[in-house]
Design a protein around this ligand. Sequence first.
Ligand SMILES: [Fe+2]
Length: 284
Amino acid sequence: MRVKLTRRQALKGLTALGAGAFVLGFYTWRWEPHWLEFTYPPLPVSGLPEGLEGRTLAQISDLHVGPEVDEDYIIQSFRRVQEHAPDFVIFTGDWITYRGPQGLEQLRRVMAHAPHGRLGTAGILGNHDYGFRWKMVEVAEEIVTITREAGVNLLRNEALRIAGLQFIGLDDLWSPFFDPKGILDARGRDAASIVLCHNPDAADRLVWEGYQGWILAGHTHGGQCKPPFLPPPLLPVSNRRYVAGKIGLSGNRQMYISRGVGHLLRVRFNVRPEIPIFRLSRAA
Ligand SMILES: [Fe+2]
């Protein structure tokens, strides 16, 4: 009798454990990777033109168009951004996860639904946009063409002024074309600037002299999986401070790292995908 009860209890326990593992697996695989969160951080910019006070900027990062991310989820995310009617839309790289030329066609299809800022739309490239080993320059060129045709001002170590606000877009840190010094020297001191830089580790390179202000980054996906109260175990950065959200930097600089829209492996736990909709204000 006693043995029977113990077996039943053990069976019950195992069933509960199995059900728990199934639910957790389903959640991390099917639910959280598509459970997009809109956040609304303030973005105080020094020298911001008066007319831009209170305007909004949506940052879309790490789409990772490819076999791992549902196309419908990305298009739906684009729709939700457009419903916010942001004044600026900024893409901060990793448009695709490259598996072959079909991914470029998929990007073209997806970008037909891309949201645009009422005042302007700009973007940069990430490491994955350079294909295998981040060296496929021809893939990056295709992405530049596709995104520009979709109405994005794709910046490669270039600056663009929209309505009095300057966006300095850097090419990717791991790409063959990371060369920010020229553009930062030339335009980094200009008032009302925001730097777009995919990989947060670039903030630690000795190229920022004179630039004060915001750097908008992505790349980490927030780690994708994070045990409660602990840092995420897997982060593609050297500086372990660079996980997600707002980070204070030396030289009167600040960085915001978006957790991104897409993913590499389809798993997210305790790190929901994110699209920040910043509210611009004049820094005191
Ligand atoms: Fe990424």
